[in-house]
Design a protein around this ligand. Sequence first.
Ligand code: PLP
Length: 482
Amino acid sequence: MADIRYFTGQSLPLEMHKVRVVQKLDLVPIERRLEAIGEAGSNTFLLRNADIFIDMLTDSGVNAMSDNQVAAMMKADDSYAGSETFTRLESKCRDLFGKEYFVPAHQGRACEHILAQLLVGDGDVVPMNYHFTTTKAHITLRGGSIEEIPIQEGLAVESDHPFKGNMDIEALRKVVETKGPEKIAFVRMEAGTNLIGGQPFSLENLNAVRQVCDQFGLRLVLDASLLADNLYFIKAREDRCAQMSIREINAAISDLCDIIYFSARKLGCVRGGGMCIDDHELYLQMRELIPLYEGFLTYVGMSVREMEALTIGLEETMDEDMINQAPHFIAYMVEELNKHQIPVVTPAGGLGCHVDAMQFLDHVPQKQYPAGALASALFLAGGIRGMERGTMSEQRDADGVEPLANMELLRLALPRRVFTVSQVNYVVDRLAWLYENRHIVQGLRFVDEPKNLRFFFGKLEPVSPWQDALAAKFRQDFGDSL
Ligand SMILES: *Cc1c(COP(=O)(O)O)cnc(C)c1O
């Protein structure tokens, strides 16, 4: 979105692209929505697409590709080994991230699996600004543990701190000194910190993290899955970077990190992933594992078409007009929700809009999953699918004790370049209705709780027939309309 000012003084986000392929959507009636949420065990992951109107579950693998990406897919060079498609992708990664080796993997968590196998030993610790679900699972599976050390503002729902994804540098030094540097597998920084609201770190903070790593001889690993948003926020919010191009900021970040890995389901808007490294020894070790778990080194689990589109997608990430669409839409949505006093994570981040279910449903105890309850209620209210990011997304510890999440968020992702302002306005309208009627919404309890990653497949039920009551109120307020 270029710097365009409106004559009439309005401030709506403006797309610097046009839509050339569309997918028809249906909004099913409230009676079907009530049935569907029951069939899904009140878990939005288990809903069927046919029942969903606006899908804000995730930004993963559902971002809109550009015409140039789709065109590039046609020239993919399909071969088991040595494909030109891989060579093009490899040299693009070398060019953008400045590392000698590019090792592909079929998605982000596959990179985490390989990295954890090679770098995490029993009893090791990985300090990080914040965890991501699959990251933590892979580290703990290896007998390691994580230390989350975001700055204090990182966990405050409402704040005006521009970089809530920053790491607490003093805390990092303390963790390393207490555990001993030999126990630190690596230090991990996550761009656009996913689970605390898509919040960025600053280049200054990353510099400070690097200094601590240098002091103790530690590797710095960057999870770059949400790097596009973070690049945009550094340019927009960090004064000393305002004059830098996105490409220059990207190069500065890359220079500070030893390993850069990403989910290409987000970064590059395709489906896949990969790791960029300089360390020759580590590269050789990866080369042994990749063919076992992923596939031959030049295709892994990715189709060559996706690889070709990724090469273009990574280059397009360097274009400010391509990466600022989602942050602008999210900022707009947060502003609109604020007008209705709906509690939401501020400042607006990347990835999506994060409604604070702890405040929204302050009468629902955390053990009854307020964010999950709110997700099921919003589906009822408007066929809108969001994702619980709270206690349901946590895992019981070895003794079966359920840790309560720091935040109870309903995440409404805005996949890049997919939705329009009117669709965002519709979602805001339904949230406003739900906020008016929030007293009707109660909690959920598990009826089927898987041991690992329970938020994906777990089934729950409402603690009382409140979903029926909410549907009845919908009919009363909206009559025969959808
Ligand atoms: C999505 C994501 C991952 C995992 O990537 P997948 O491609 O979904 O396996 C890892 N880290 C972050 C920050 C992510 O957002």
